[in-house]
Design a binder for this molecule. Structure first.
Ligand code: ADP
Ligand code: MG
Length: 338
């Protein structure tokens, strides 16, 4: 009799232990690095089950799927089809992104302009990087010709039908990585056993949930003039998006002049707004990416007005490495002191 009770007790205790073990398993840190969208994807996820590698793999797949929808270089993507057919019906989500981007173009007086495809092709900075000193800077005439094919007012919407007038070519390079961060957040939120994480897609980062130790997520901001060094870091909690645009990411120097990949749609040349980097923090990935590019072209003063209009926070670094921040950013940013 006694041993029967003992056995029952043991089974009961084991059952409790197993239940506790099941639902209170401490999240484990899973890390991965991969490539998509022509850039490096770094992930740190906090996961309560043993499926960590599957989650990081699925995050990469999500990013790859979006790339297949919006990359102009992928032949059957929605954007490539739109560029060649001049009009097509797009998904509600893509429609919203294109319409909001056009609104930011208006609000930034055309500093951000995704109809910039011809000009991006002409500069072909990646090719210039490969060729180095043999690379050819476009002539004034070539730039003027390409500029005639850049105008966001030539993107028209008729319900879900997007129509491209003139000879514009869409290039979503300025918003794609941030948009992918939105997709990543949607994915993470659907996974019951992911309690938190931080995913960076090139210069765009998304954070989600919390760290098991309750600390903030720390996002390093690259030093625009010291290779591989950090200027400082931003601390955030929960769902947050951080995008940086800088002239140090992809550039060549010819005769002492720096040619980088963020173009000024008014001049046709790489933007010269006296900034070398802009970081934007807000609650939407596409928006953080769009605003960081727009602010880089606009410069500090007009950039500040733009982020205020959109309720975002920003950090501007000028060519003399002076830092200017919105008041909200001051609470998040810590400069690294050597
Ligand atoms: P990254 O691609 O390094 O994240 P950005 O988000 O600032 O940098 O976007 C730069 C990319 O956007 C360029 O590589 C080009 O494809 C495109 N682009 C360049 N200048 C502009 C602009 N003024 N407006 C819209 N797109 C731009
Ligand atoms: Mg951008």
């Amino acid at each position: 009799m006694k041993s029967k009770i003992k056995r029952k007790c043991l089974v009961f205790c084991l059952a409790i232990l197993m239940t506790l073990g099941g639902c209170e398993r401490k999240p484990e840190k899973v890390q991965s690095t991969g490539t998509a969208m022509g850039t490096i994807i770094s992930q740190t996820l906090y996961v309560k089950d043993a499926e960590g590698d599957r989650y990081t793999e699925e995050v990469l797949q999500e990013i790859g799927l979006l790339e297949g929808e919006i990359s102009r270089r992928i032949e059957d993507s929605e954007i490539a089809k739109l560029n060649s057919n001049r009009s097509s019906v797009v998904s509600d989500e893509l429609l919203q992104v294109l319409q909001e981007t056009t609104k930011i173009s208006k609000d930034s007086d055309g500093a951000l302009d995704i109809s910039i495809g011809e000009l991006v092709l002409l500069w072909n900075i990646d090719e210039l990087l490969l060729e180095q000193e043999n690379g050819k800077i476009p002539t004034k005439e070539e730039i003027e010709n390409a500029l005639q094919k850049v105008n966001y007012n030539n993107i028209r919407f008729e319900e879900n039908n997007v129509i491209l007038d003139g000879n514009i070519q869409l290039d979503l390079g300025a918003i794609g990585k941030g948009y992918a961060c939105d997709r990543v957040l949607d994915y993470l939120k659907k996974q019951e056993n992911i309690t938190g994480g931080i995913v960076s897609i090139g210069g765009s980062v998304v954070t989600y949930g919390c760290k098991p130790d309750g600390n903030h997520f720390k996002i390093g901001i690259m030093h625009p003039r010291e290779d591989g060094m950090y200027l400082g870091f931003i601390e955030v909690m929960g769902e947050c998006f951080i995008s940086t645009s800088g002239d140090y990411e992809r550039f060549i120097e010819v005769d002492g002049k720096r040619y980088h990949h963020i173009l000024d749609p008014h001049t046709g040349y790489p933007a010269e707004s006296d900034l070398c980097s802009v970081t934007v923090v807000c609650d939407n990935g596409f928006l953080s990416d769009a605003l960081s590019t727009a602010c880089f072209v606009l410069g500090k003063e007009d950039g500040m007005k733009l982020v205020e209009k959109y309720g975002a926070e920003a950090l501007f670094v000028d060519q003399n490495l002076n830092i200017t921040m919105t008041s909200g950013m001051e609470k998040m940013f810590t400069q690294k002191m050597d």
